[in-house]
Design a binder for this molecule. Structure first.
Ligand SMILES: *Cc1c(COP(=O)(O)O)cnc(C)c1O
Length: 386
């Protein structure tokens, strides 16, 4: 029992540094409004951008898939095969991304780890933006390739690092939309620089799939680069309202991943319910472009309102609004003030974001009403007035 005594001390240190975390317990389905500790509040921090996680059509598709295909998948696809339902989803994801094929993983985290590890190894170099998601960082570490970090969204710096050479093969990897800042990577320049060195390019579209681009295909589509990024990662768990991750790309890439990605080979295939829900989500993404338009409209309104309340916020095409306050305690105080006004958006602190950049990371949902947007803005106004 006392062998775990050291954890108490570590936790006390976290608490003293305002870095201790304890997930809020939500008493309702994920939606624009949720109930926490007996009171209703506007949920302004979910990645359920299109509002599909609680959509009745997805819930029904999940239930139908479970009824038809069972509750579990039983084994890794390499052991027990892949159902035609899983294969159908891979085909639809490939279509969304205008790719030859796609490979399904149980999560976006596993997709990133699996792909990076399959594409780079000892003797190779992985080039990674300094603000890339933790799953990319972990994939880089597991690959045992040399990792070279370029300054955030700075293709010039990437070019310098690539020019230094000293590797067998190079993999360039970046978030498309940065999860904590909402900015979009300069993918055109990155592809150009990588092309000069025959480096592979991999883009993480976790926050862009379903959200950006005329068809909701992501940042690659938004920037007019369809067909120019060979390795595209996405997740089913954010805008698509389900669970799971995928890599879309050329047929050879997908065949290679099925043979090499440990996060696929040693992991049971995603459950049929998640696959069924994701297939339904793709139909909604195609048929209801109003959800993407609504996100833009809401973002413009909320950004303008928060700025008017005296906060400095960056603005971009993604529905992620970072309100950077600096210190962890200040961010927690602001989160508490928002909470008192009926808005739930917790403080994001190191190590999720760099030291000194603790923040409220506001995210919007297509199903937020005008009233919800007004409440979010009013909550910042009230917090500023204190
Ligand atoms: C959430 C996220 C992932 C992981 O996706 P999951 O499906 O939740 O495992 C990967 N990359 C980025 C940028 C993310 O934000």
């Amino acid at each position: 029992m006392d062998s775990l005594g050291w954890i108490d001390e570590e936790i006390e240190e976290l608490k003293a540094a305002s870095l201790f975390r304890d997930p809020a317990v939500i008493a309702t389905a994920s939606g624009p409004e949720v109930e926490i500790a007996g009171s209703s509040c506007v949920l302004a921090c979910s990645n359920n951008y299109l509002g599909l996680a609680g959509d009745a059509r997805l819930a029904k598709a999940a239930a139908d898939a479970a009824a038809d295909w069972g509750a579990g998948s039983g084994a890794s696809p390499l052991v027990a095969g892949l159902t035609s339902l899983h294969r159908e989803l891979e085909g639809e994801l490939a279509k969304l991304k205008s790719a030859e094929d796609a490979v399904l993983f149980s999560s976006g985290y596993l997709a990133n780890i699996g792909a990076i590890q399959s594409l780079a190894g000892p003797g190779d170099a992985v080039f990674s933006d300094e603000l890339n998601h933790a799953s990319i960082i972990d994939g880089c570490r597991l690959s045992r390739a040399e990792v070279r970090i370029w300054r955030h969204c700075d293709p010039g710096h990437l070019a310098e690092l690539l020019a230094a050479g000293g590797f067998r093969r190079a993999l360039v990897v970046t978030d498309a939309v940065f999860s904590m800042d909402g900015d979009v990577a300069p993918l055109g320049e990155i592809c150009e620089v990588a092309g000069e060195h025959e480096a592979m390019v991999m883009v993480d579209e976790a926050h862009a799939t379903g959200v950006l681009g005329p068809a909701g295909a992501g940042a690659v589509e938004h920037l007019g680069l369809v067909g120019q990024v060979p390795v595209v990662m996405g997740t089913l768990s954010k805008a698509l309202g389900s669970a799971g991750g995928f890599i879309a790309g050329p047929r050879v890439l997908c065949a290679w991943l099925r043979n090499r990605a440990r996060g696929l080979i040693y992991e049971t295939a995603p459950v049929p319910a998640a696959v069924g829900a994701a297939l339904e989500a793709l139909r909604v993404v195609a048929e209801e472009p109003w959800r993407r338009e609504r996100l833009t409209e809401l973002r413009e309104r909320v950004v303008a309102g928060i700025r008017e309340a005296g906060f400095e916020v960056a603005d971009g095409p993604a529905p992620i609004i970072p309100v950077i306050v600096g210190g962890s305690q200040d961010a927690m105080d602001l989160a508490a003030a928002l909470r008192r006004q009926g808005v739930f958006a917790p403080a994001i602190r190191p190590p999720t974001v760099p030291e000194g950049t603790a923040r409220i990371r506001l995210t919007l949902m297509a199903t937020h009403t005008d009233h919800h947007a007004g409440m979010i803005v009013a909550a910042f106004g009230a917090a500023a007035a204190r």
